[in-house]
Ligand binder design. Structure first.
Ligand code: ARG
Ligand code: ZN
Length: 878
């Protein structure tokens, strides 16, 4: 049941309008639908095809006439009415049981309230409908429910009528003035309260903004509201895009599969991305709220006004909208280093999650050619690599050129369901560029490798840079053609300064950074007037999602680490220095040799730590060592225990050598006074808490007291959680247990904090699979809530490699059990967990065979969802 992009056919019938009536009841909800349909001249088929799943068909009327079962066919998933006339009025009644819907797709119940999630294919769990994004209709929705239990009734667009029904129930009628695909439909029927505000757009028009939460959470909605207002203002200023509705609502729900959903005018959010106050949320949580509120708001134009023709085009809206939310977050900080810090975070995410995906059995292009289950393709490739692809247009045509391309895209396609190619064409046409070859970023999977080599000729003062590209084979794509890769380059002089650049055939005008366009398999660029042998700074600002290989000497890397004017490459030089050593240390561990770390490296770390001219946020990032996952990606055969031991050794050595400097930074970066999540304060806390974590690696009484004191007196969750983390990792079980108990007692009624409590324990190297099983018996644990399941199970399988990969395979057996258990409840979440085994073929043989056993155990289950089946069968096949 693989679906192919090449098999696309236009819909046979279009829906002009749909009226929906809901009689909401957890056990038995009745849905009445009236669709005005007409034959699509672009289709040769006369069959009306309506998707439907997990719902009971009560009756169907065509142009007023009740259809007999002989007049339609009803198969698993599809209601087909053959030989339909041109104009059709279709009335359909269905019945469903939201309380039994544990998949959280379609209409479901969470904490006694009703919510929907329709992307990608959840609408078909509500009523029979052509549930595909290229069918766009106008919706009118009547909601009826018990007034006591569900005082709030919301749907997309504007509230046009409400009132009592006289029998203890009430109703609300909503109308969305914009045509939309079914995946953007939403309803909420709930006992909720809201923070609301009237907000004036730049045009002078006034709109109503609301953030809806459960009673008791109104002290946690300010930041989401502020982020929403910032998002509205930013889209007006940066892209000239105005909110097109009179009312914009955000609703928080505790049970949610993903981060949030951009339903037209009624965004539904995982509580994790709404609720925050200093007591319960960390700086990272605040940043996540800003980014996700922005993301969903920006979808209103990139996704909703212009949507996708089919789900293979998903990155058209997701890659573009992630790029927009990244730019929004960077602009909100507003400084150059702040922007670089957000960029470094993006690079880290790519390396941690996207590069491994691109090199594993689920590798797929940004615009996939096929899938079994679309929900499996809401991936880091579609989202984050997709955002990189969008960012490359901006790098190639500049910010103004990018804006021109966006303007043309909306001019051409507002109100349409289009393809990635249409976006590419708009960017090309608005800028007079040829982006034909650039298409390969959409069609070829895999992370390209760019190998650089250089030659300096003092006599002619020329510097030659040769760039050669290749891309590893991925499933179904043995051979790749060259990509169009922007490589931003600078040259550093011996004094650390940028040299003015002159490149043959490239307009550079003596600038200090130049964007080279690599389009061939190999190309040489010739820099002239190069008065001394430079140190090249390659791929500045991470100008393309590639692996850049260059045979840097330690001295060159140290030079870049000290001086590069591009903060991203400055950070990168530090990562390269660390990675080289980590790989050697890992090999030494495996060979049973004694471990040592050179003074040069430690001195560089010391200098950076103490350099008060640098932002704290940047220093913190520069001091974080490459993760165990990122180290593993660099090895042909992965030995997780050796990696862990090597990285721990490096951390211990740095901690011991830099103890006085760490203490100085710990003290210097305190943020007394009222908590504020701004980037400067958050950066200070990050550096201070990194120092604390180092100080607690092999702590004496003094260090333990320091962490304990921060834990006891912290005025915000960032510092509290960091102190708890430091105590958990300190090796002192007494301190760890006491702190965990007091933390739980303080926050047991804050679900999102209880998630942190589970997550921190799951990822601690002292937590083995037995301890995780023990935590699963805790009364607060449940597999049914995705956030809770992720906090414990996923943080163990993905965040605790040395325990998950225990030599006896017990971690994998546990994984198999949990995938199977979750699959019976919620296939989407189960399939995410299944992905933890993606890289199994890279591990040492003994682990591989345990991993294969676990994969086969899951694959051999009698009733497996498509979601999990696709993931495990691809893992076993590739
Ligand atoms: N469009 C949403 C977002 O990116 C994600 C929804 C994904 N839902 C799903 N079931 N896969 O904001
Ligand atoms: Zn999105």
């Amino acid at each position: 049941q693989t679906i192919y992009r090449k098999d696309y056919t236009p819909p046979s019938f279009l829906v002009d309008s749909v009226e929906l009536g809901f009689d909401l009841d957890p056990a038995r909800t009745v849905v009445a639908s009236r669709m005005r349909m007409r034959h699509n001249p672009a289709s040769t088929s006369r069959n009306i095809e309506l998707h439907g799943e997990h719902i009971e068909l009560v009756q169907v009327r065509l142009n007023g006439k009740l259809l007999k079962p002989s007049q339609y066919t009803l198969t698993a998933g599809m209601l087909t009415i053959p030989k339909a006339p041109d104009d059709v009025l279709l009335d359909i009644e269905t019945v469903l049981a939201p309380q039994d819907n544990t998949s959280l797709s379609g209409l479901y119940v969470s904490n006694h309230n009703f919510f929907t999630q329709c992307e990608a294919e959840g609408f078909r769990r509500i009523t029979f409908f052509p549930d595909r994004p290229d069918v766009m209709a106008k919706y009118t929705v009547m909601l009826r429910a018990d007034k006591q239990q569900y005082p709030v009734l919301l749907s997309n667009g504007n509230l046009i009528e409400e009132g009592d029904l006289g029998d203890g129930r009430h109703y609300a009628k909503w109308e969305d003035p914009f045509k939309k695909p079914s995946y953007l439909f939403a309803l909420v029927a709930a006992r909720l309260v809201c923070q609301e505000e009237r907000y004036t757009l730049k045009s002078g028009r006034e709109v109503l903004l609301q953030v809806w939460v459960e009673d008791g959470n109104l002290d946690k909605t300010d930041y989401a509201m502020q982020s929403l207002k910032n998002s509205i203002r930013w889209d007006e200023e940066r892209f000239g895009l105005e909110l097109d509705l009179d009312r914009f609502m955000i609703v928080a729900v505790g049970d949610f599969n993903m981060g949030a959903m951009e339903n037209k005018g009624l965004n539904i959010f995982n509580t994790k991305y709404v609720l925050a106050n200093p007591r319960v949320a960390t700086d990272v949580d605040y940043a996540g709220i800003e980014a996700v509120v922005g993301h969903e708001y920006f979808h209103n134009w990139t996704g909703n006004r212009v949507t996708c023709r089919d789900w293979f085009q998903l990155s058209l809206k997701e890659g573009l909208t992630v790029f927009r939310d990244q730019e929004f977050s960077a602009d909100m900080i507003g400084t150059d280093t702040g922007r670089a810090v957000t960029r470094i975070d993006q690079v880290r995410t790519l390396r941690q999650a996207q590069f491994p995906e691109d090199a594993g059995p689920m590798a797929h292009p940004v615009r996939p050619d096929s899938f079994v289950e679309i929900n499996n393709f809401y991936t880091v490739t579609i989202y984050e690599k997709g955002a990189e692809v969008v960012r490359m247009y901006q790098t190639l045509v500049g910010r103004d050129g990018f804006r021109k391309g966006m303007d043309l895209y909306f001019e051409r396609h507002d109100g349409q369901a289009v393809q990635c190619d249409d976006f590419r064409a708009a960017m090309a046409d608005a800028n007079g560029r040829d982006f034909t070859q650039f298409e390969r970023w959409y069609s070829q999977a895999g992370t390209p490798v760019v190998k650089a080599s250089t030659r300096y000729d003092a006599a002619s003062q020329t510097f030659e840079l040769t760039l050669a590209q290749s891309c590893p084979a991925t499933p179904g794509q043995p051979k790749k053609l060259p990509f169009h890769i922007p490589v931003t380059v600078g040259l550093l002089a011996a004094d650390g300064r940028d040299m003015p650049l002159h490149v043959d055939g490239v307009v550079s005008n003596g600038a200090t950074s130049v964007v080279l366009e690599l389009t061939q398999a190999a190309q040489t660029f010739r820099f002239t007037h190069v008065t001394q042998m430079p140190v090249p700074s390659l791929l500045r600002d991470f100008s393309a999602p590639v692996v850049l290989e260059y045979d840097y000497s330690d001295d060159q890397l140290l030079h870049l680490f000290r001086h590069d004017s591009d903060p991203v490459n400055r950070w990168e030089a530090g990562q390269r220095l660390a990675m080289e050593r980590l790989l050697k240390l890992t090999a030494a561990v495996a060979a049973g040799e004694t471990l040592a770390l050179d003074d040069t490296f430690i001195a560089a770390q010391r200098a950076l730590l103490a350099d008060d001219t640098l932002d704290a946020a940047f220093r913190e990032l520069a001091l974080i060592l490459p993760s165990e996952t990122i180290i593993a990606e660099r090895m042909a055969q992965v030995d997780p225990q050796a990696i862990h031991a090597a990285r721990q050794f490096m951390r211990r050595t740095i901690a011991a050598a830099l103890k006085p400097e760490l203490l100085v930074q710990y003290r210097a970066n305190q943020t007394p006074g009222e908590y504020s999540p701004d980037a400067l304060s958050a950066g200070k806390r990050a550096l201070k808490n990194l120092a604390l974590s180092y100080l607690l690696i092999a702590p004496g009484e003094q260090e333990l007291a320091l962490a304990q004191q921060q834990f006891d007196s912290a005025g915000n969750m960032t510092d509290r959680a960091a102190a708890l983390g430091a105590l958990i990792h300190s090796g002192s079980a007494v301190h760890a247990q006491a702190a965990l108990a007091s933390f739980y007692a303080d926050f047991e009624n804050e679900a999102l904090v209880v998630d942190k409590w589970f997550a921190m324990q799951a990822a601690a190297p002292a937590t083995d699979v037995q301890a995780v099983r023990q935590l699963m018996t805790h009364p607060a644990f449940t597999l049914k809530n995705p956030n809770r399941a992720r906090s414990l199970i996923f943080n163990f399988t993905n965040g605790n490699p040395s325990q998950f990969h225990a030599a006896d395979g017990s971690g994998y057996a546990f994984w198999a059990e949990q995938v199977i258990a979750l699959d019976a409840l919620n296939p989407q979440v189960a399939a995410r967990l299944a992905r933890s085994m993606d890289r199994w073929r890279r591990y040492v043989p003994a682990l591989q065979s345990h991993m294969r056993d676990a994969l086969e155990k899951v694959a051999g289950q009698a009733s497996l969802s498509n979601d999990v089946m696709e993931v495990v069968s691809k893992a076993l096949a590739n």
